[in-house]
Write a protein that binds this ligand. Structure first.
Ligand SMILES: Cc1cc2nc3c(=O)[nH]c(=O)nc-3n(C[C@H](O)[C@H](O)[C@H](O)COP(=O)(O)O)c2cc1C
Length: 422
């Protein structure tokens, strides 16, 4: 045990809420502290403070020192778009970018989230994989519905989980790594001569990338796509869009879909993405997801609440990196599309040679335009049908006050997120 009293465990809580101390998730931590006062707790508001952490080396080093002193690291976070929020994602990226993994290695870890149980499993699979990649001893997770703390039965359940964590640390139980390390392809994609250009007619295409110059394969993939499209394809780099920061979770947009940020995100979303028939999302795998820039893009679309923002579009995902080894990422992308009433098709650079990737990208382009012309959107799967029922119950139930715009939308659309789901 690292704490001064040999019977006392030191638990470091990595708070993944952009709200900082006033987060709902932190109420669960407050409850744990109250019930187990013999242990010490230190909360690090890494999501709320991410801008300082990025810039201030002393603050960064302080955080690492505290993590090094922990017997248990608790990843405590709210669900944001099937994962953690972009700010937390950025913190995790920094750990790998700055080679700070050793501060975590060998320490016990667990996840604790609050949410409405919409894709909590993908978020916890992500945190589990990150913990394994950091060489931590991952003990499991606790996924609370955000109102659970108000129920005695759930408080008792949380106590039982916490007791298990404490005992596991005290007994120094052995833990098996469950998620194998990623194996990255050695292919550096070099496109061949462009194939026959595909005419997109009047269909409007947007290729959205987060290319920051670090991946030759990603740049080559977007280049191939752009050159194959004959017609108007707009290439937009997320780094060129004026986005000031990640979603703050304030939920002020719930009233009338107006975001507190006055940057360029909403105009970009409404004037460049909404009019498109086809959107190709190009990105590089960072740790066990895409970049935090992509995550910020997804999070900020929350200004639309629980109503569809890009419904009916053909989506192509062009991913550089080992997507096939990251089940939770693939699931998150496909489910996001399905839930939004879109049609998703994916291509990655996990192929033996460049000629194969040329062929796959050309075929993707062709299929996107054909499906757009045919107006083909596949029937929704469990991802969208199940999510719809969760949202509907929440909007008509406990979230009704905060999400009035959703409520009005659901009423106007006969209790349905989409007319096609009634
Ligand atoms: C931008 C945004 C995205 C969210 N995405 C999800 C989600 O994917 N799944 C879910 O169950 N809840 C989602 N939620 C709900 C939060 O996870 C939930 O309200 C949580 O309890 C907030 O915790 P906090 O106060 O600690 O930040 C989202 C909330 C926001 C603001």
């Amino acid at each position: 045990m690292n704490a001064d009293d040999e019977n006392s465990m030191k638990c470091v809580i990595l708070n993944g809420s952009p709200k900082g101390d006033v987060s709902v998730t932190m109420q669960y931590i407050a409850y744990i502290r109250k019930k187990f006062p013999e242990h010490t707790y230190e909360i690090l508001n890494v999501a709320h403070e991410i801008k300082t952490i990025e810039k201030d080396t002393a603050a960064w080093n302080r955080i690492l020192e505290i993590i090094r002193s922990a017997d248990l690291v608790l990843w405590a976070f709210p669900l944001y778009y099937l994962l953690v929020c972009a700010q937390y994602k950025r913190f995790i990226e920094l750990v790998f970018e700055r080679n700070a993994q050793d501060a975590f290695t060998g320490t016990y870890a667990a996840g604790l989230s609050t949410s409405i149980h919409f894709f909590d499993q993908t978020a916890h699979a992500y945190i589990h994989a990150v913990s394994d990649d950091l060489g931590m001893n991952y003990l499991g997770f606790y996924s609370a519905e955000m109102g659970d703390l108000l129920k005695e039965e759930e408080r008792t359940r949380l106590e039982k989980f916490t007791r298990f964590l404490i005992t596991a640390v005290e007994d120094t139980i052995p833990v098996q790594r469950e998620i194998p390390p990623l194996v990255r392809s050695s292919l550096v994609y070099a496109p061949g001569l462009p194939g026959k250009p595909v005419s997109f007619g009047t269909k409007k295409v947007v290729i959205l990338t987060d290319d920051d110059g670090s991946s030759p394969s990603l740049a080559a993939m977007t280049d191939r796509l752009t050159r194959t499209i004959s017609g108007s394809a707009e290439l937009i780099n997320l780094h060129d869009v004026n986005i000031r920061g990640g979603c703050l979770g304030c939920c002020q947009c719930g009233y009338d879909n107006t975001c507190v940020y006055t940057d360029g995100y909403i105009e970009f979303f409404k004037t460049r993405l909404v009019p498109a028939d086809i959107i190709i999302l190009a990105g590089l795998v960072h740790d066990r997801y895409l970049s935090s820039a992509w995550k910020q893009f997804f999070d900020r679309s929350f200004f639309k609440g629980h109503t569809p923002g890009l419904e009916g579009k053909q989506l192509g995902f062009a991913i550089a990196g080992p997507l096939s080894q990251i089940a939770c990422l693939k699931e998150a992308l496909v489910a996001w599309a399905d839930n939004g009433g879109c049609h998703a098709q994916l291509v990655t650079d996990e192929v033996p040679d460049s000629a194969k990737l040329d062929a796959l990208l050309d075929t993707l382009t062709l299929r996107l335009v054909r499906d757009a012309e045919a107006g083909y959107i596949p029937p929704r799967t469990f991802y969208a049908v199940g999510s719809h029922k969760i949202f509907r119950d929440s909007i008509y139930g406990g979230m009704r006050m905060a999400f009035q715009a959703d409520y009005r939308y659901y009423q106007e659309h006969g209790c349905s997120i989409s007319r096609r789901l009634t």
